[in-house]
Design a binder for this molecule. Structure first.
Ligand code: DAH
Length: 340
């Protein structure tokens, strides 16, 4: 009778365990079946004690049935574990059909882009882009450009001087001098770069800012050439027809000197908030290179003449991209920079 009871018990445990493992979905469920059957206080383990009481003639049969049950459950456990592991793996596998994640790519600063655009436009007109040092000497920044000794721009209130007497250049015009002392005419260059002035920073002024300088020296250069050069540039940069107007002005390094206005690139000259209803935007200082400057660099003003111009790059970029505050260019706010 004991044998029969034992076999029945084993059968029951086995049927239950296999059914439970069949439907087990998680590791916890599988381990639970193990604990209930083969574990230290599991049902199969508990039957070991019953085995001891089996009469000797039935021991063999009982032992075989016991082992068979144990093995069957163990096999089912192994299978269930494997099945579960590969299901988890499949769930975690990479789906190669999903759209990829783009790496965060850097981009060029809007001012760098503006410089590149300007250089490309002038290059098509035959100008070569050159650069000069930001740490400059007084001769290149002021003396050779014919700035009188008492010119207010020389004042330490306006210009950053170094202990050795050099200065942070206040204008890219210094590169005109460096270029002309280094080569013979004809000269046709533009020079973009950073300048420094002791200004109080606000929406339109910075302690440092960028200018682009232009210089064309040859045997017969006129103000009309200057005007057409600037008109061509403006048309290409702003992508619309721009009129150029010249007003008399004064710069030590040009004679005559002019202030160049572009017809408003926002309203086309009709009048709007950006041009303060005048229809015009002040863009560049310019003029015919002063003969004294030509002499200072060793050129003969009876043989050559030229035009020069200079304007602020931030202003150009602000007009094109409708940026209201110059300080945004140096704030390094990624949300701003990402828009370009
Ligand atoms: N250097 C001038 C400034 O910083 C701008 C300028 C005016 C440049 C006239 C020129 C020029 O080359 O001819 O305000």
């Amino acid at each position: 009778m004991l044998l029969e009871e034992l076999l029945q018990n084993l059968n029951g445990i086995r049927t239950d365990a296999l059914a439970a493992l069949q439907s087990a979905k998680t590791d916890a469920e599988i381990e639970d079946v193990k604990n209930r059957t083969l574990g230290r206080s599991g049902a199969v383990t508990a039957l070991r004690e019953v085995m001891a009481k089996i009469p000797p003639e039935s021991k063999r049969e009982a032992g075989m049935a016991f082992n068979e049950t144990k093995n069957a459950i163990q096999n089912a456990l192994n299978e269930a574990r494997e099945r579960n592991a590969s299901a988890t793996e499949a769930a975690e596998a990479i789906d190669v059909t999903l759209p990829g994640r783009r790496p965060a790519a850097g981009r060029l600063h809007p001012l760098t882009k503006t410089i590149q655009e300007c250089c490309a436009i002038f290059r098509r007109m035959g100008f070569v882009a050159v650069t000069g040092p930001e740490l400059e000497d007084v001769w290149h920044n002021f003396d050779a450009l014919n700035a009188p000794l008492n010119h207010p721009s020389r004042d330490p209130q306006d210009t950053f001087y170094m202990p050795d007497g050099r200065l942070l250049r206040t204008q890219t015009s210094a590169v005109q001098i460096r270029t002309m002392t280094g080569m013979k005419p004809p000269v046709r260059i533009i020079s973009p770069g950073r300048c420094y002035r002791r200004d109080t920073p606000d929406a339109t002024h910075g302690v440092h800012f960028h200018q682009i300088e232009g210089l064309y020296v040859d045997t017969s250069v006129s103000l009309a050439d200057l005007k057409s050069t600037l008109m061509t540039f403006a048309g290409e940069y702003f992508g619309r027809e721009v009129a150029v107007r010249m007003r008399p002005s004064f710069f030590p390094f040009t004679e005559p000197s002019v202030e160049c206005d572009f017809s408003c690139v926002m309203c086309g000259g009709k009048g709007c908030g950006v041009c303060k209803n005048s229809g015009w935007l002040e863009i560049a200082g310019a003029g015919m290179v002063n003969p004294k400057v030509l002499e200072n660099v060793g050129y003969d003003p009876r043989e050559v003449c030229g035009f020069a111009f200079g304007f602020g790059l931030e202003r150009l970029a602000m007009l094109k991209h409708r940026i209201g505050d110059l300080r945004l260019f140096s704030d390094n706010d990624i949300r701003f920079l990402h828009q370009f």
